[in-house]
Design a protein around this ligand. Sequence first.
Ligand SMILES: CC(C)(COP(=O)(O)OP(=O)(O)OC[C@H]1O[C@@H](n2cnc3c(N)ncnc32)[C@H](O)[C@@H]1OP(=O)(O)O)[C@@H](O)C(=O)NCCC(=O)NCCS
Length: 185
Amino acid sequence: MQPVVLTTERLTLVALTDADVDVMTSYCQDTVLKDAVPVPWPYEREHADGFINELAPQWWAESSEFTWAIRRSGDPLLLGVVGFNVKSSALGYWLGAPHRGKGFMPEAVAAAAKWLHSMGHAELHWEAVVGNAASARVAEKVGFEYTGTAPALGQFRDETHPLCWHARLTADNAEPAHAALPWPT
Ligand SMILES: CC(C)(COP(=O)(O)OP(=O)(O)OC[C@H]1O[C@@H](n2cnc3c(N)ncnc32)[C@H](O)[C@@H]1OP(=O)(O)O)[C@@H](O)C(=O)NCCC(=O)NCCS
């Protein structure tokens, strides 16, 4: 599949480009990211280069993972990333530190989820390491339903599966597989 462009009131979600390599390298020096998402560590420029110029385009082409750069509409600066892995149905996201606290992520995730539902991905999965309240609040604001605590489905860089909060977002016409619980935060 060709990369899909999504728009919201303030944002454009679009494929990463080579021009994002340096800024992504800079954002990914953040230890908050190291502990929250499975980025390589220490994070080097070659990691951003390989992700942006090889992996992400390959995943779009084979429709195995959809990765979007989040930008303000009309501004090429990379703010962060939203990604969806087709096999696990997992939606993940992060923002560069200067761009947090402005409500961008719920807006971006809602747009990605709407498109994914329209493409037939009826149940989207979210997980975050227990205690990641900012990520949980984003998922809750988008309408994800909390389903409980369990080891991460995805493997972390140390090959462990840390204890995570899990949630799901079903398309309007889909039957949820498990009962929802109150959010822990
Ligand atoms: C998760 C992340 C994308 C959220 O982005 P953000 O810009 O902080 O989110 P928002 O400003 O839209 O805030 C979302 C909500 O979370 C709340 N929030 C933010 N940080 C919080 C914290 N540390 N504890 C509790 N709530 C928090 C905000 O108050 C807001 O809620 P409100 O609208 O009811 O006030 C960002 O913190 C991030 O990139 N974190 C590192 C990567 C990461 O954890 N990714 C998710 C992995 S599962």
